[in-house]
Write a protein that binds this ligand. Structure first.
Ligand code: ADP
Ligand code: MG
Length: 474
């Protein structure tokens, strides 16, 4: 059955992704229409859920019909003596489920919450008693501190030690996707749970809150719904931007918020943008958010990215040469989720091909992943096309020679990297033999000048852009 599923999947995704994400999966059993597959790690599972849940569904539907179900078995802490797998159930024919819900609902326990039917079940007894819906993997210990998150982290830590007592109430953390908001607020929740076990900590995504509210309305269960929330000592509500435009949900949230706040209970929120930019949220709610402390999470700088990779590798018990770590940290500077994805993919590639993780493998993996995820071209791909176009070698392109036949292609490649990737000047410099950022600026300026006067340069750039299917400079 799994082999047939794989056939369906293969038709639907790129070969490279198939190799990385589906070949390492081990089918374990098929029983009562439930197919269990084993995946190597938690990250692997998350990545599958985030990127391939629809493909999986299609495959399972085709093979087992709508009754068919898929279970993941995850080997936690590979190499650790515990090695306790747990199993996550996803139904294959749920139409309502968006990817994000899959993630958010991972720790949902349906029995805890009458009326709210999660389409997912988690069958790990250890997690089942977690009425808090906190993921114990998110801790302060494994949250790397850097300039990008220092204020948020220390405010979070203060709140974690004195919930409801500091003036950081509510604590509002905001920042772009994949920068650690959920990790940090869950770490606060876990810390409180572990140090003040009498406190009822509840983590809920705004999406789930909304769904629960709608269900309560439908089932005439409002009393239960509100009572449930009024018992909470520490309310962590994730991604409040999701409440935008949902007037009635905001109303009930306003009510709960006021009640908890007055009772000295701690409220912790996250949002993907600063409160003042939260469109579609009632002013009276926004003004409440300003009572406490607002802190942002920014893009991690290079050093933080390196530290995050090192921590991650240490946790997984994997060794990667420092040079490769640096290369990865330079290449993936968008967000931490992406960075982790690349590392997982690299580990998958290495174990699959029984290879050591070296520069070659890193380059190769990154090229595929980054292109695939961002739908953006990689610096490597640009360099390759440029050297092909001009008949140079990569060494000549990146080298130190000031000869005109090298300098112009080099500048063109830099220009294209700046135009078509998200890389910073510093990162581009790194990919061009460690040039500093003023050299990079100079290169870009030269190309801009040449574009006005040198038709040959312009045509070369346009030809390369066409080959890479990029937007062509006019
Ligand atoms: P967000 O909620 O802002 O979208 P997440 O909290 O889900 O982002 O973070 C994405 C991933 O990056 C998670 O796996 C998280 O553990 C990891 N992560 C984020 N920030 C850090 C950090 N400072 N140190 C270690 N891991 C981090
Ligand atoms: Mg989040």
């Amino acid at each position: 059955v799994w082999n047939n599923c794989l056939k369906v999947i293969r038709e639907n995704i790129a070969e490279q992704s198939f190799k990385t994400w589906f070949e390492p999966i081990v089918p374990i059993r098929l029983f009562n229409n439930v197919l269990t597959i084993q995946v190597p790690s938690q990250f692997f599972y998350e990545w599958l859920e985030e990127h391939y849940v629809h493909v999986l569904r299609t495959a399972i539907d085709a093979e087992l019909g709508v009754e068919g179900r898929l279970e993941y078995s995850i080997v936690i802490d590979k190499g650790n003596e515990k090695n306790k797998p747990y199993v996550i159930n996803i139904p294959t024919s749920s139409k309502t489920t968006a990817n994000s819900m899959v993630k958010e609902n991972r720790y949902t326990n349906t029995a805890q919450n009458e009326g709210y039917k999660s389409p997912f079940e988690l069958r790990d007894l250890d997690s089942l008693h977690l009425a808090s819906y906190l993921n114990p993997h998110y801790t302060f210990d494994n949250f790397i501190e850097g300039d990008c998150n220092r204020l948020a982290r220390s405010a979070g830590y203060a709140v974690a030690n004195k919930p409801g007592v500091t003036s950081f109430n509510p604590l509002m953390l905001y920042g772009g996707v994949g920068l650690g908001k959920t990790h940090l607020v869950q770490a606060i929740g876990n810390h409180i749970k572990n140090t003040a076990s009498n406190k009822f900590v509840l983590y809920v995504s705004s999406e789930k809150f909304t769904n629960q509210f709608i269900d309560a309305l439908k089932n005439n269960n409002m009393q239960n719904f509100t009572n449930f929330y009024l018992q909470v000592d520490v309310l962590v509500i994730d991604d409040v931007q999701f409440l935008a435009g949902k007037e009635r949900t905001q109303e009930i949230f306003f009510h709960i918020f006021n009640h908890l706040h007055q009772a000295g209970k701690q409220i912790i929120m996250t949002s993907d943008c600063p409160p003042r930019e939260l469109k579609g949220l009632q002013d009276r709610l926004l003004s409440r958010f300003k009572w406490g402390l607002t802190a942002d999470l920014q893009q991690p700088d290079l050093e933080t990215r390196i530290a995050i990779i090192q921590k991650k590798l240490q946790t997984e018990g994997i060794f990667i040469p420092p040079m490769v770590i640096e290369y990865l940290a330079h290449s993936v500077d968008t967000n931490i989720r992406e960075l982790e994805g690349v590392i997982v993919s690299l580990m998958a590639q290495a174990s699959l091909n029984r290879k050591e993780i070296d520069m070659d493998l890193a380059r190769q993996t990154l090229q595929n992943i980054v292109q695939h995820v961002d739908k953006e071209v990689s610096i490597e791909a640009i360099q390759k096309k440029v050297v092909d176009h001009f008949g140079l070698s990569l060494e000549e392109l990146k080298g130190k020679s000031r000869r005109k036949e090298y300098v112009i292609p080099r500048q063109i490649a830099v220009y294209l990297a700046k135009e078509h990737t998200e890389h910073s000047l510093k990162s581009i410099g790194y990919h061009f033999g460690g040039r500093d950022h003023s050299t990079i600026i100079h290169a870009i300026q030269s190309v801009n000048d040449m574009l006005k006067t040198e038709q040959e340069v312009k045509s070369a750039i346009q030809a390369i852009q066409k080959q890479l299917k990029l937007k062509v400079t006019k």
